[in-house]
Design a protein around this ligand. Structure first.
Ligand code: ATR
Length: 275
């Protein structure tokens, strides 16, 4: 039997963990999946996607810097992709239309809820950042019905724009925007969705947003404790998590969308930690 072809597209792509994650899913589930990494030229994303599907490819994951382009290129979008404004998953739907999905937010919520036992319902959440990464996860976070969700960003207008965009999804959740300096009282959960650490920076938050019960989640992951999580530990946080679980969970959700089979993520997360 020949394998069905899948790939992740990005630029750069050589460090992507997606081929390893999906090949572990394939061997675990017995699905006939072959998964590779493709580096698209910065000005050649659409051509790379068309060529992949024209050659019989079944599905793509999309990563930096092409998630918005993937969303635009699609002929059909799932509801969660529509709101996210970006896509990390592409496939042809039953009518043959290039379909965009976004599994990042589901990946984050599953990692928090299932892997770390953090129930979001009624909780007071602080989200840092208002770029594409945060927009991609707000829908699933709000669907978990937190009591309050505050979006803090360096450029406050971008946080305010996200509040306007997601107000229809907020339901009973108090949804608001502010700058980094404004919050001063402890939160149940703080999620770092900024890319500040890529420049070795920290958002200028008051340490009083943390108390010993605060759960801190950095959507980034690294071999050692991330800069943001180290800051949180230094100020008394006792539970800090990085985004490796989210990475594996978004992959698992893509795999489920493509194959109709949900892989067991725990052994895959453990294998990646050991790499
Ligand atoms: P991504 O796809 O990773 O979300 P993005 O859309 O460029 O990338 O958004 C980056 C986010 O990190 C933004 O919230 C950005 O803040 P601004 O909206 O004010 O630009 C935030 N960010 C990037 N560098 C930062 C820094 N050094 N300090 C604080 N926030 C930073």
């Amino acid at each position: 039997m020949t394998n069905d072809l899948y790939a992740v597209v990005g630029n750069p792509i050589s460090h992507s963990k997606s081929p390893r994650i999906h090949s572990l899913f394939a061997s675990q589930t017995g699905e006939p999946v072959e998964y590779t990494a493709i580096q698209a030229p910065l000005n050649g994303f659409a051509g790379t996607v068309r060529q992949f599907f024209a050659r019989g490819g079944k599905g793509l994951n999309v990563t930096v810097p092409f998630k918005e382009q993937a969303w635009q290129l699609a002929e059909h979008r799932t509801e969660r992709a529509q709101k996210a404004g970006a896509a990390n998953t592409l496939y042809a739907n039953s009518e043959g239309l290039l379909t965009a999905d976004n599994t990042d937010g589901q990946g984050l919520v599953t990692d928090l809820d299932v892997n770390h036992g953090v129930d979001l319902a009624g909780r007071n959440i602080l989200v840092l950042g208002a770029g594409g990464a945060v927009r991609g996860v707000l829908g699933p976070l709000l669907a978990a019905r937190p009591g309050a969700l505050t979006i803090a960003n360096r450029t406050v207008a971008k946080a305010e724009a996200l509040v306007t965009l997601f107000a229809p999804e907020a339901g009973e959740t108090r949804l608001s925007a502010c700058g980094f300096e404004a919050p001063t009282t402890p939160f149940d959960l703080i999620i770092n969705g900024t890319s500040a650490s890529l420049q070795g920076d920290l958002p200028p938050l008051s340490p009083t947003v943390i108390d010993p019960r605060t759960v801190v989640y950095d959507m980034m992951y690294a071999l050692t404790t991330t800069t943001f999580n180290q800051w949180a530990l230094d100020h008394g946080a006792q539970r800090v998590y990085d985004g490796l679980g989210m990475l594996v969970e978004q992959a698992a959700e893509s795999f489920r969308v493509w194959r109709g089979v949900a892989p067991d993520t725990a052994p895959v997360i453990a294998a990646l930690r050991d790499d």
